[in-house]
Write a protein that binds this ligand. Structure first.
Ligand SMILES: *[C@@H]1O[C@H](CO)[C@@H](O)[C@H](O)[C@H]1NC(C)=O
Ligand SMILES: *[C@@H]1O[C@H](CO)[C@@H](O)[C@H](O)[C@H]1NC(C)=O
Length: 267
């Protein structure tokens, strides 16, 4: 499905009751999962049935994280085990059906586990970029509310909302970066579908669950949504051996000149 939204939405599971137990602890070794997607390009199938684009790995590494690939079609028990071992997950961009793909099904599992963890006083951040953002909106709304937008291959500054400055995501941005983000075209957009502000506000589930931190207008003036926040958690692998065996560094990315991602991990 779809070409996917760009900007990222970080799931906000609530902000009023950060668990006291955790307030003083700092996780120095965050490990983040990236959900794999099915390889759709027939030419690339010989490398593997699923893939993770290397930029997502690099992006997390540049923020000091290490990465675990989250494979598709695992059992519920296996997903639960991973969930309790990692500190958050990214639903990346790409091209997969938002309801029927193995990608969407695995994502739903993590989404439900995250909600359950939140109810129990824990936090499990989920970040969705592009298709990942669309997927989060479908998971929350229970239906596909995307609309066509003319926002393919366009760089834009963010129209930050009033909620942005006090959000988890933006509140610690250095003032110059915060300003640059809202005044210079620093975000790339490669999507034919978006969640319009109108559709967002009209859907009670979406507007209750997320607050909008930034919006943008497409080339035709349709206003669409981007962004939110996450909390730390202290999930960890049972031991170092299991941690090391699960990290993405057990695999090698391939140089795929024909892919828009250039470097890709296949599984
Ligand atoms: C996942 O399972 C579905 C249904 O059995 C199958 O069609 C699909 O090929 C599997 N995908 C992967 C990547 O194993
Ligand atoms: C920001 O919002 C204004 C007012 O709706 C709109 O005209 C403008 O195009 C938006 N800017 C961007 C970069 O999307």
């Amino acid at each position: 499905m779809a070409q996917a939204v760009l900007l990222s939405v970080l799931l906000l599971f609530g902000c009023s009751s950060f668990p006291r137990l955790h307030t003083l602890k700092i996780n120095q070794r965050p490990i983040i999962g990236i959900l794999a997607q099915e390889t759709l390009d027939a030419d690339l199938l010989r490398y593997g049935k699923t893939y993770i684009a290397a930029p997502y790995v690099k992006y997390l590494e540049s923020a000091g994280c290490r990465v675990v690939p989250v494979r598709l079609n695992l059992t519920n028990d296996e997903y639960e085990k991973i969930f309790h071992s990692i500190n958050g997950i990214i639903f990346p961009g790409g091209s997969s059906d938002l309801k029927t793909s193995a990608f969407a099904k695995a994502a739903k599992k993590f989404y439900e586990l995250a909600l359950k963890a939140f109810d129990a006083g824990d936090y499990f951040p989920i970040w969705g970029t592009c298709l990942g953002l669309q997927l989060l909106s479908v998971l929350t709304a229970g239906k596909n509310l995307l609309t066509n937008t003319d926002s393919e291959n366009i760089a834009l500054p963010l129209n930050l909302t009033n909620a942005a400055a006090s959000s988890k995501m933006f509140q610690k941005f250095p003032p110059d970066v915060y300003h640059a983000l809202s005044s210079e075209p620093l975000t790339g957009n490669f999507h034919d579908f978006s969640i319009s502000v109108k559709a967002f506000l009209e859907d009670e589930k979406l507007s209750k669950f997320y607050s909008i931190l930034s919006t943008n207008n497409d080339r035709k003036g349709v206003e669409f949504v981007s962004t939110m926040e996450a909390r730390k958690n202290f999930h960890h692998f049972k031991n170092l051996k299991e941690e090391e065996a699960t990290l993405i560094y057990n695999y090698s990315p391939r140089y795929v000149p024909t892919s828009s991602y250039i470097q890709v991990y296949f599984f």
